[in-house]
Ligand binder design. Sequence first.
Ligand SMILES: [Zn+2]
Length: 322
Amino acid sequence: MTSPASGASDYAPIPRSALGPALNDQRYYVGRVERNLYWVTDGVYQSAFLTTRDGVVLFDAPPSIGPNLRRAVDEITAAEGVTNTVTHLVYSHHHADHAGAAALFGGDVVRIGHEDTRRLLLRDDDPARPAPEVTFADRYTLEVGGERVELAWHGPNHTPDNIYIHFPDHDTLMFIDVVNAGWVPIYNVNLSEDVIGYIGAPEIALSYPWTHFVSGHLGRLATREDVAVHQQYIADIEASSREALISIDPVPFYVAAGENFWAGVKAHLDTVTERAATPVIAKYTGVLAAADIEEFTTTTTFQIMQSLRLDHGVGVSVPVQP
Ligand SMILES: [Zn+2]
């Protein structure tokens, strides 16, 4: 292991509004979202569960929370006087950092997920993440112990299989790894695969009725306002990337690079990225936590700028002949 090169003191203070409730001595927090729906966090990752008369339904099993998921379920079900048996596990998507504690809940659990989650987990062949047996393509209504949860797939975004988990009777939406409550996305649009899908997903999330949002990160639940601030951050990156692509002439970079064409590509795209990201970093420092970790906004800007070029053709055109 290498040592950390730089500490928290190198960065702007984290806005208090980005932080959640204190963790207990075992390093987790479990809280009621609404009625019999609960959420669990270790301060960075989030999971949720429903307690019902017929069993507990768990939504995601992040390995960083790990055995504390069991403790959180036991603590709440004991207080409520209902069974602590986890009967169902819903996967939001196939990623190991949100699903890698799935195997802790034994072989009898009914696992539910999108059909692509099954495909990807069979591909990944990880014993910690057994593939779901119950799958769906577009929609699935899960009914357990008199409770209802609506699962839906609206196209690829963070991953090809990332789903929307709506709790219509708990005024809650769970949608993972697109919006980080109060924080900027990390590298490369939050390590997402489909940039256009990622950009459009928050609007789909907001089209559902909900008050509480389980975003998967970090230490608190999100609000509709959090989603709106995230959308504005991404929209600002899109606008400044478009402006930079149009206004910066690539030709001088290629001329200066001579026969090393890739050096010309690097100089041009790095210049566009820096021009696009700099004002966004300044605007959101102190608004979204960690906005001043420049690599996060610059790599996200690079991805969005590439999507503008390659998907939308911005700054990519046939040269005008003299
Ligand atoms: Zn993920």
